[in-house]
Design a protein around this ligand. Sequence first.
Ligand SMILES: Cc1cc2nc3c(=O)[nH]c(=O)nc-3n(C[C@H](O)[C@H](O)[C@H](O)COP(=O)(O)OP(=O)(O)OC[C@H]3O[C@@H](n4cnc5c(N)ncnc54)[C@H](O)[C@@H]3O)c2cc1C
Length: 414
Amino acid sequence: MAPDTAPDTVFDIAIVGAGPTGASLALAVAQTGFRVLLIDGRDPDQVRADGRNFAIVRGSWRLLEGCGVTEGLVAEAEPLNGLEATDGGTHWFGAPSALFTAEDLPEDEAGVPLGYMIEAPRLQGALDAKLADERLIDWQRKAAFTGFERAAGHVAVSLGDGRVFRARLIVGCDGVNSPVRQAAGIAVEGRDYGKSVFAANVSLSRPHGGIARQLFTPEGPFATLPLRGDRANLAWYMKTGAAETLAGLGQEEIEAELNSRFAEFAGEMRLEGKAISYPLELKIADEMVAARVALVGDAARRINPLAGQGLNLGFKDVAALVEVLEDGRHAGLDIGALNVLDPYQQWRRFDANATALGLDAVDRLFSNDRAVLKPLRGAGLMLADKLPFLRRRLARQASAQQSHLPKRMQPARR
Ligand SMILES: Cc1cc2nc3c(=O)[nH]c(=O)nc-3n(C[C@H](O)[C@H](O)[C@H](O)COP(=O)(O)OP(=O)(O)OC[C@H]3O[C@@H](n4cnc5c(N)ncnc54)[C@H](O)[C@@H]3O)c2cc1C
């Protein structure tokens, strides 16, 4: 549908980036009546090779449901029935493990899976299709954001082709290197893990039962994430260089390497399509807001993908920001003003940073074979497996079921 945009329009919100967070934010705010300018460098007609598959947890799925994108996706997604973590280090008492299932979550949603596994291009395709239909979104495709300037009551947003648009608020959903964050002068902190993740889709010789399984080895974790059919997405964390080298080998060599190491854990694996490697880094923005600016998703923080939480944190940002902006509008306030945006930062920063740093600690604890840490992590997994209250707590955290969830992520009231 063609957007209804006059040349002197002042948009309510300019969103830079139409990846999963930018696209869902654009849909959610447009559906509540905000007029949106969406700027993205991608060509949505070109599907890029992407070995990522997202574990979309319950709360995030509800947000997507509200945006109207899950109807077609359900048939392509694999329900996630459980998460299993196994310590593959050497212990005299064997390999401790913990299994979390939907039974560890509140009973009022019996039969609802922990979440869904979905291939990244399919999720993006569903979001793009919905964006193209939304009348209140002016979607500038294949367009580069180059900077913004603050003016009275708005920001002037510049594109690479020389055009300038005006909006009351600019939101950076523009990924880990966020040009919006840089233009706003917001600093980042973090570290380079010196590791990359090798990602590939495989068919398995054994049924996976919808269970995502993670084996912690001294060199780093190896995960099989269930996909439709007896297929899985692999994520194997290694030193930078090793993952890139492995991804560059031929199919037979990759399969030989995978099967010699992990066939006992996962079953025989056959590669489907291309393997890709992604470098890992921890990057946390010092602020999530500034005057007329908000950051969402990887623009606000890039975390270790170990527990598949990065995008889920981004979706929580989306749901929280929409709610805060609606409240601001309801109170008759300027949605670009800091006093409107501050509650968004207060709501999201602690939760997201705690998750980022928690995963950092898990990475340090499990990715080595140091004698002093081994009993600690073995005991941790055994406790998580044996103590129902601890399992429930961890499962709620992982599937976005805790309190203070934004409304769009909460279960429907009966
Ligand atoms: C191997 C791997 C597995 C993962 N698995 C999971 C998982 O299971 N679950 C999970 O929750 N998370 C997972 N993550 C994390 C997840 O990939 C990210 O958190 C998520 O993609 C971030 O989305 P985003 O929309 O914030 O940013 P991005 O997806 O990076 O999108 C940014 C967008 O901004 C656009 N852009 C950038 N600069 C400009 C500019 N100057 N002008 C115009 N447009 C611009 C880009 O074109 C792009 O479309 C994984 C990550 C990796 C590496």
